[in-house]
Write a protein that binds this ligand. Structure first.
Ligand code: PGA
Length: 241
């Protein structure tokens, strides 16, 4: 199982102390290598990298610019730059960025360049409440996958994160049967039956016992609850208990 902490625009240098608990936890428990991944804001990636030097917690960025090389893009960071400072992962296609105008084609370009930069990609897909109400979930997900992964043959370094927009930050999670079926549907889009699909959207220590029973999910992308080390550890512990 993979546990990815998406810190969004939260955290400053003081937050580093809160990681001690997680580092201790990762050492004392038999968490397999690379299973805990932190995606802090860009400003903290290097500090997290150094903090995690002697443990097996991995680091990722939360987005990237689509250009493979340096360029005149004020405020942006590309995947080579992320790799250069110690990131091994990058989240691409998060709905909070899609909302700001990222479309499937742009996401496709970002994913291609992330893979070239040797980053693993956490590729977010998910439908809005409106799309769900109109019964368009499968249509939307199919399109996001088709265009987002267009002309990408080697998909071993891509993790799909299914994040229904209506579940993010709302405290609401999908019904277990619906979630199982949607994850199954997503997996059916891939030739490789070992394609990893994670779930994200309001994962917390209270609902993890229900979520962990859905046995086709390969991990969780965790926002708010991951900013609190105790909650994050709780989620991991409960998943394995
Ligand atoms: P949440 O965020 O856990 O706070 O709902 C998840 C995400 O947006 O990745």
């Amino acid at each position: 199982m993979y546990f990815i902490a998406n810190w969004k625009m939260f955290g400053d240098l003081r937050s580093l102390n809160s990681l001690d608990k997680v580092i201790k936890f990762s050492k004392s428990n038999k968490i397999n290598k690379g299973r805990l991944i932190y995606c802090p804001p860009y400003t903290l990636i290097r500090s997290f990298f150094k903090k995690f030097e002697n443990c097996q917690i991995d680091i990722g960025g939360q987005n990237c610019h689509e250009s493979e090389i340096f360029g005149p893009y004020t405020g942006s960071v590309n995947c080579r730059m992320l790799k250069n400072i110690g990131a091994n992962y990058v989240i691409i296609g998060h709905s909070e960025n899609r909302k700001n105008g990222e479309n499937n084609k742009l996401i496709n370009l970002k994913i291609k360049n992330a893979l070239k930069a040797k980053l693993k990609v956490i590729f977010c897909i998910g439908e809005s409440l409106n799309q769900k109400k109109k019964n368009n979930t499968k249509l939307i997900l199919s399109k996001q996958i088709k265009v987002g992964l267009n002309k990408i043959k080697y998909k071993k370094n891509i993790f799909i994160a299914y994040e229904p927009i209506w579940a993010i930050g709302t405290g609401i999670i999908p019904k277990p049967k619906d979630l199982f079926d949607t994850v199954k549907f997503i997996k059916s889009k891939f030739k490789d039956k070992s394609q990893k699909v994670l779930y994200g959207g309001s994962v917390n220590p209270q609902n993890i016992n229900e979520l962990k029973k859905i046995n086709n999910i390969n991990g969780f992308l965790i926002g708010a609850a991951s900013h609190n080390s105790k909650k994050f550890i709780d989620i991991v512990k409960k998943t394995y208990n």
